[in-house]
Write a protein that binds this ligand. Structure first.
Ligand SMILES: CC(C)(COP(=O)(O)OP(=O)(O)OC[C@H]1O[C@@H](n2cnc3c(N)ncnc32)[C@H](O)[C@@H]1OP(=O)(O)O)[C@@H](O)C(=O)NCCC(=O)NCCS
Length: 195
């Protein structure tokens, strides 16, 4: 068992494959599908930065940011990966793994899927691969996720992959003149190994 996360410089071998999706770095060809995803009202509802439909310039900046985040070299870095349907060859969503803390081997998981591809288990499949990467390649001890309490689809996904609800963060954000609460979820490396 490593005493700290395994990553000094860590770049996964892409694409990362699962039965129905592949995870890969974003490319310039993802501009239109990323714009489409970020403009969907269902995404805007729970992702603070997309409350207003983004302009093309904002999506270009978001894409450039994603294209730079494909490897980890220090805590605070993130892997931001496009999720592509293997059968349709289209961008269906994105997954994010933040390397929160090197000494304490902590990470955080995030995901957004285009509502056009919801309800098929593709998000569950993609985030499972990010847990595998976080625990088996990076050597993380604990991975967390935060979900708005009203976001039932997200809580169902994180519970389906074995995360446990460990806290209710009351009124932890103030967006559009209203306070919002979140659930904090986590999964430990031992729970991943014994799933
Ligand atoms: C969170 C989010 C990614 C979940 O999307 P999703 O489509 O519900 O998740 P999945 O792709 O894993 O699909 C799961 C559903 O497909 C169903 N499903 C259908 N076929 C399936 C299959 N072959 N395998 C697994 N599940 C399948 C499941 O039963 C499940 O439905 P249920 O939750 O009603 O039981 C999506 O709601 C989203 O992008 N929201 C906006 C952004 C956001 O809130 N992000 C999270 C911030 S924490």
């Amino acid at each position: 068992m490593p005493s700290k996360s395994a990553a000094a410089f860590f770049r996964p071998r892409y694409p990362i494959l699962s039965p129905r999706v592949l995870l890969r770095p974003f490319t310039e060809d993802d501009l239109e599908p990323l714009h489409d995803m970020q403009s969907q009202p269902e995404v805007a509802r729970f992702v603070e930065m997309y409350r207003q439909p983004p302009s093309r310039e904002q999506v270009c900046a978001a894409l450039a940011w994603r294209m730079r985040n494909t490897a980890l070299s220090q805590e605070g870095d993130a892997l931001m990966l496009a999720v592509e349907s293997k059968s349709r060859h289209v961008l269906v969503g994105e997954v994010i793994l933040y390397w929160l803390d090197e000494q304490h081997r902590q990470g955080e998981l995030g995901t957004i899927f285009n509502p056009r591809y919801h309800g098929q288990g593709l998000a569950t499949e993609a985030v499972t691969e990010m847990l595998r990467l976080g625990f088996e390649s990076l050597g993380l001890r604990r991975i967390i996720a935060r979900c708005d309490v009203r976001n039932t689809p997200a809580t169902r996904v994180v519970e389906r992959i074995g995360m446990r609800r460990e806290a209710l963060l009351r009124d932890c954000s103030f967006v559009e003149e209203a306070w919002h609460s979140e659930y904090l979820y986590s999964i430990l490396s031992a729970e991943w190994a014994g799933r």
